[in-house]
Design a binder for this molecule. Structure first.
Ligand code: NAP
Length: 256
C-alpha cells in the first residue's frame, strides 16, 4: 500500500462543523491529501477564518455559513458547493452541540429539541443532501458521521446528547445497507475524550482529570489532529470495501 491509495486529488469533501476542533482537523488533513474542501459552520466569521487557514494546503476551499438544523439552509449550501466545486465525494456530518442541564428530571423539552435538532436532524439533512448528489454522480462516495462514546456508554445528564449520538450510529448502518449498491459507504466515528472548544473548560476540572484521564490507556486527552488520518482513509478509495462500521478513536478508553 503506497501513499497513492490516500491521494484525494480530484475529490471534493464536505465537513460540517469544519471551522473548529475535530472538523477543522479533518478538513485540514483532507486538503493536505489533495481534496477540495467545503466547510460549514453556523458562525460566519469563524467559518471564514477557518477557510483561510485550510487554503494553505493549496486546494480549493469553500467556507459557508450554514446552520445544519435548518433544512433549507442545508439544501442551499449543498447546491452552492456543487455549483462552485462541481461535485461531492465525501461528506463528514460532524457538526454537533453538547447538552446542558442539571438532570434528566429537569430537562426541558426545549433543551431536548435544541440538541436533537443539530445532532440528529442536522445529520439527516446533511447526509440526505450529499447522498442525493452521490447517487446522481454515479461513482460512489463516502458518508461519515461524528458520533460519540455516549452512543455506547451511559452518559448521565446527557440523555439527549446520547440519544442523538446513538441514533446516528444506527442511521449509518441503515445507510450502509441501502446505499451500498451505489458504491456509497457509511461509517460512524466515535471520539473519546478530545480537547476542543466543546470540552476544554470542563476538562480543566480536577475531578475530571482525576476520574477520566486515569481511565485512558493512552494516558492523554485526544486532540483534533487524531482525526485527520481516519478522515483521509474514509474519503479515499482505500476504504472502498469498509462500510457500516463504528470506529472508536478513544485511546482505548472504552475498553478499560
Ligand atoms: P467544537 O470545537 O465545539 O466543534 C463543534 C463544531 O460544530 C463547530 O465547528 C461548530 O461551528 C459546529 N456547529 C455547532 N452547531 C452547528 C450548527 N447548528 N450548524 C452548523 N455547525 C454547527 O467541538 P468538537 O469536539 O470538535 O465537536 C465535533 C463533533 O465531535 C461534535 O459532533 C461532537 O458532538 C463530537 N464529539 C466530540 C467529543 C469531544 O470530546 N470533543 C467527543 C465525542 C464526540 P459554529 O460554532 O460555527 O456553529
Amino acid at each position: 500500500m503506497t501513499s497513492a491509495a490516500f491521494d484525494l486529488s480530484g475529490k471534493v469533501a464536505l465537513v460540517t462543523g469544519g471551522n473548529a476542533g475535530i472538523g477543522l482537523a479533518m478538513a485540514e488533513a483532507l486538503a493536505e491529501a489533495g481534496a477540495d474542501v467545503c466547510i460549514w459552520g453556523s458562525n460566519p466569521d469563524k467559518t471564514t477564518a477557518a477557510g483561510e487557514q485550510i487554503e494553505r494546503h493549496g486546494t480549493r476551499v469553500l467556507a459557508l455559513a450554514c446552520d445544519v438544523s435548518d433544512e433549507s439552509a442545508v439544501d442551499a449550501a449543498t447546491e452552492e458547493m456543487i455549483a462552485k466545486l462541481g461535485r461531492v465525494d465525501a461528506c463528514f456530518a460532524n457538526a454537533g452541540v453538547s447538552g446542558r442541564g442539571p438532570s434528566f428530571l429537569e430537562m426541558s423539552t426545549e433543551e431536548w429539541r435544541r440538541v436533537l435538532s443539530v445532532n440528529l436532524d442536522g445529520v439527516f439533512f446533511t447526509l440526505r443532501a450529499a447522498a442525493r448528489h452521490m447517487v446522481a454522480q454515479g461513482d460512489g462516495g463516502a458518508l461519515a458521521v461524528t458520533s460519540s462514546l455516549a452512543a455506547i456508554e451511559g452518559q448521565p445528564r446527557g440523555e439527549h446528547y446520547a440519544a442523538s449520538k446513538g441514533a446516528v450510529v444506527s442511521m449509518m448502518r441503515a445507510l450502509a445497507v441501502e446505499l451500498g449498491r451505489h458504491k456509497i459507504r457509511a461509517n460512524a466515528i466515535l471520539p473519546g475524550w478530545i480537547e476542543t472548544d466543546m470540552t476544554r473548560e470542563w476538562m480543566k476540572q480536577e475531578v475530571v482529570q482525576d476520574r477520566v484521564l486515569r481511565r485512558v490507556p493512552a494516558r492523554r486527552w485526544g486532540i483534533p489532529q487524531d482525526f485527520g488520518a481516519i478522515a483521509v482513509y474514509l474519503a479515499s478509495d482505500a476504504s472502498a470495501y469498509h462500510s457500516g462500521d463504528t470506529l472508536l478513536i478513544d485511546g482505548a478508553y472504552a475498553l478499560f
